[in-house]
Design a protein around this ligand. Structure first.
Ligand code: ATP
Ligand code: MG
Length: 382
């Protein structure tokens, strides 16, 4: 089963007279992981809510399975929503329900499953996000990071084909963020679902998605495969993906352009192209991630349209990843995951012999061996 394509065309959204963004056009490639970036307040959360039909845009279309979600009937919208799993920015748990009931809610609401079946699914997802044993607690009794993970479990409970996560990593410490990222890649390898993730975490943006989009100045500045964005010399894209202070984005979101040009000239090497960071790989035992192959085909077809330095950097990254099983040998996200585990005191028996941790998959199947994702995700987070 390949994920669902989401085709957004010419979308514009305002609240009263305040325009949030205009003319947003992008296609979320089916079964791939995409990330949406942008300064605070540019309307990323509004975009996610528009995608699931909670907010109505003034213009444009959102095509899913040939249905325009903007114009379709309420009953069709209700059906289409079942394809989605959504984690809202604030978690949006019901405060008076236990974590178990919160996570069971979509199953009870949207399916006719028996309570025994609901229980199996809920406990599986609770385990997946490392909350085993906490299912009887109320949202007010647990930490912010735990609420976030309960929200994740609820988003996954219907086995959605389109998964929208609004800042799943905010409020999580770096180790849990690394595990969350591994979980996303592993889920995608297993389900081939379509992901759109909003994040402010640069490491996540550089190492997780197949595609990256950037909302800026009320428009979609760019959307494309990671190779294209990570090698882009477009100042705002380069600034955002490298977390630089120099560039057009300032604390007040938009700087005076003369100041921005001055800073960029001083920064000098802004356009220099460092090697592409390798993408995080699925854990050992996971199926081959089909998204990687589909994306690479797309990149190869568009390669000749990119600037020469970008073409060179992309070719180099491909030849390195083809030469070694786990990608380039320079420091990258996967190694960082491994390092974070070690520094956090995870009982990693020995440093990985290649660039990839072998035991980070958060699913739990047995009790022997080194600590697994359940322990990693849950210990100390209370
Ligand atoms: N229901 C609403 N009614 C009116 N204005 C809204 C509504 N929801 C959001 N906005 C406005 O839309 C703009 C974009 O908000 P949004 O929450 O999408 O930003 P964001 O990019 O997600 O920011 P952050 O990174 O801080 O989460 C803000 O100015 C916000 O005040
Ligand atoms: Mg937001």
């Amino acid at each position: 089963m390949t994920g669902v394509e989401v085709k957004v065309d010419g979308l514009s959204k305002s609240f009263g007279r305040a325009n949030i963004w205009s003319d947003v056009t992008l296609t979320l490639p089916p079964g791939e992981v995409s990330v949406l970036l942008g300064p605070s307040g540019t309307g990323k959360s509004v975009f996610l809510k528009t995608l699931i039909g909670l907010l109505k845009p003034e213009q444009g279309s959102i095509l899913i399975h040939d249905t325009d979600l903007v114009k379709c009937s309420e009953s069709r919208l209700y059906e289409l929503r079942k394809l989605f799993g959504v984690l809202f920015q604030d978690g949006a748990l019901f405060g008076s329900m236990t974590l178990y009931d919160n996570i069971a809610f979509p199953l009870r609401e949207h399916t006719k499953k028996s309570e025994a079946q609901v229980r199996d699914i809920v406990l599986e997802k609770i385990d997946l996000v490392g909350l085993g044993g906490d299912e009887g607690k109320l949202p007010g009794e647990i930490s912010g990071g735990m609420r976030k993970r309960a929200g994740l479990a609820r988003a996954l409970v219907l086995d959605p084909e389109i998964i929208l996560f609004d800042e799943p990593d905010s409020g999580l410490d770096p180790v849990r963020t690394a595990y969350l990222n591994q979980l996303i890649i592993d889920l995608n390898a297993q389900t081939d679902s379509t992901f759109l993730i909003v994040t402010h975490d640069i490491n996540t943006a550089q190492t997780i998605p197949d595609n990256i989009g950037l909302l800026y100045r009320k428009h979609l500045a760019m959307f494309g495969p990671r190779e294209q964005l990570l090698t882009s010399e477009e100042p705002v894209v380069a600034q955002f993906l490298n977390g630089r202070r120099e560039g057009p984005i300032g604390m007040s979101e938009e700087k005076d352009s003369a100041q921005a040009e001055r800073e960029m000239a001083e920064a000098g090497d802004l356009a220099g192209l460092p090697p592409l960071k390798p993408q995080l790989q699925a854990s050992t035992g996971m199926p081959d991630r089909q998204a990687v192959h589909r994306r690479r085909e797309r990149v190869e077809a568009m390669l000749h349209t990119l600037p020469e330095p970008a073409q060179r950097a992309i070719r180099e990254s491909y030849s390195e990843s083809d030469g070694s099983q786990w990608g380039p040998s320079q420091d990258g996200g996967t190694r960082e995951v491994a390092r974070e585990r070690v520094t956090a005191g995870a009982a990693s028996p020995a440093p990985p012999t290649d660039d990839r941790p072998t035991d980070v998959h958060p699913r739990v199947t047995d009790d022997d061996g080194p600590p697994n994702g359940r322990h990693q995700l849950s210990e100390g987070d209370r």
